[in-house]
Design a binder for this molecule. Structure first.
Ligand code: UDP
Length: 477
């Protein structure tokens, strides 16, 4: 059999599973057999993707693994509090053994695995197949992260809030220690996290290369820098979301089941003028304090704009579960202007509606790409992970967004942005001349994204090159 068979092993989070499913669809469209290694809680999603007309194979592993101390109900990263992180990380290590049983039986030709499974490089080596790393972020962020590690510019400032420039990148990108604190251990000792980070980096050097969910025209300086200066072997094969095929119904249920009927949501949007609605959503993991949500509500109200606001779990919610974050009478006052969705929203469908005028985003890479592919300018509000890097691509490099002024990296219970800043950033885009220029530029990138995945587009060609290499390796074996 000459058909390539690729195994995909995504991290246990929506921001990783969603693009992996799109990637599997893309590979299938290029004649590759694909199998996803899934865990309970995500298997339904793979089923949905299969039902949308793509023959994706699946193996479901037990999770939490039997030997793990993780409570049984934990299935994904968004359920993990900070204190459970080490136990979660240990549970991920325990997946190595069951994963290594699969190639014996199914003989894949390649393993695409998340960086959070550093042992995947060893697993692939045992079966003599290449391991590819899929970070699920942009190239600017990959370059920034490497430069932060190499140059350690955060050591040259005297306070956590003093800005420093990240040296030797194509643009002058400025950060503070507060925004990139996951990079270093303040106690100057090797903690659990830094050890894990080093393991991840070592594993990458033992891998065959890196798949990037981005396209050359979006960040050509960084794609070149990554390959030529940092000497990484990488293929830009995105935006993968353009492979989120399977009809409107599939798009509506992308990720989790939507908390609102998609028809109701679209009907609401269709009754609004083009570019007149603010869409505000912070992804699948980040949480805010009740105080911060209160400020968002106030900011939206002062801005006078129409809005769709997605609210997930709230940190510091009153024990009786009563909502304490909405200003008194807010929903009544904004009843004709706004829609609050509590839970999961059909984000891609919403963003692609012409009524959306600005996307207030936490700068998760999937969300940002969805914004780019919908031609929507953004208000950037990074919260944690590599989001402070992603922000710079939109605000400093592409100039299709404005920052709300987020100052501190915090995984849960984020706060600190006042209503005035929210109102100002939103109105800057919705009402200002600069906002329309950003919208025009965003529309240009939308078009470039579409072209990148067309036959002979940059992402199409990059994937052809990769598949050719993988076929050559397979034949050589
Ligand atoms: N998403 C969604 N509905 C929601 C929240 C998120 O469809 O209510 C999707 C969003 O479209 C994106 C993914 O979940 O594809 C979130 O990934 P991202 O990288 O933006 O952020 P993360 O959740 O990893 O922080």
């Amino acid at each position: 059999m000459n058909q390539l068979h690729v195994f995909f092993f995504p991290f246990l989070a929506q921001g990783h599973m969603i693009p992996t499913l799109d990637m599997a669809k893309l590979f299938i469209s290029r004649g590759v057999k694909t199998t996803i290694i899934a865990t309970p809680g995500f298997d339904k999603q793979v089923e949905n993707a299969r039902e949308s007309g793509f023959n994706i194979g699946m193996h479901v592993l037990e999770f939490p693994p039997e030997k793990s101390e993780l409570p049984d109900e934990i299935k994904s990263l968004d359920q993990i509090s900070d204190d459970l992180m080490p136990t979660f990380a240990e549970a991920l290590e325990l997946l190595q053994e069951p994963v290594e049983k699969l190639p014996e039986e199914f003989h894949p030709d390649c393993l695409v695995a998340d960086p959070f499974f550093p042992w995947a490089a060893d697993s692939a080596a045992k079966f003599d197949i290449p391991r590819l790393v899929f970070h699920g972020t942009c190239c600017l962020s990959l370059c920034s992260s490497e430069h932060m590690r190499i140059y350690e510019p955060f050591k040259n400032v005297s306070s956590d809030s003093e800005q420093f420039v990240l040296p030797n990148l194509p643009h002058e990108l400025k950060f503070t220690r507060l925004q990139v604190m996951f990079h270093f251990d303040q106690e100057e000792t090797e903690n659990d996290f830094t050890k894990r980070f080093i393991k991840i980096q070592e594993s990458e050097t033992r891998s065959y290369g890196v798949l990037v969910n981005s396209f050359y025209e979006l960040e050509s300086d960084y794609a070149d820098h990554y390959r030529k200066v940092l000497r990484k072997k990488a293929w830009h094969i995105g935006p993968l979301l353009l492979w989120s095929k399977g009809g409107e119904e599939y798009k509506a249920q992308r990720g989790k089941e939507s908390a609102i009927d998609e028809h109701e949501c679209l009907e609401w949007l269709n009754s609004k003028e083009p570019n007149s609605v603010v869409y505000i959503c912070f992804g699948s993991i980040a949480t805010f304090t009740a105080k911060q949500l209160h400020e968002i509500a106030r900011g939206l109200e002062i801005s006078g704009q129409k809005f769709i606001w997605i609210v997930r779990k709230v940190k510091n919610q009153k024990e009786d579960g009563k909502e304490n974050w909405l200003p008194e009478g807010f929903e009544k006052r904004t009843k004709d202007k706004g829609l609050i969705i509590r839970g999961w929203a059909p984000q891609l469908l919403i963003l692609q509606n012409k009524a959306i005028g600005v996307f207030v985003t936490h700068c998760g890479w999937n969300s940002m790409l969805e914004g780019v592919c919908s031609g929507v300018p953004m208000v950037t509000w990074p919260v944690f992970a590599e989001q402070f890097y992603n922000e710079k691509l939109v605000t400093d490099v592409l100039r299709i967004g404005v920052s709300v002024g987020s100052k501190q990296w915090k995984r849960t219970g984020s706060e600190g942005i006042e209503r005035e800043a929210i109102d100002k950033a939103i109105r800057h885009i919705m009402e200002g001349e600069e906002g329309s220029e950003m919208r025009s530029r965003a529309q240009e990138y939308k078009e470039k994204a579409r072209k990148a995945v067309e036959e002979d587009g940059s992402s199409y060609t990059d994937l052809s090159a990769l598949l050719e290499e993988l076929r050559a390796i397979k034949v050589g074996q």
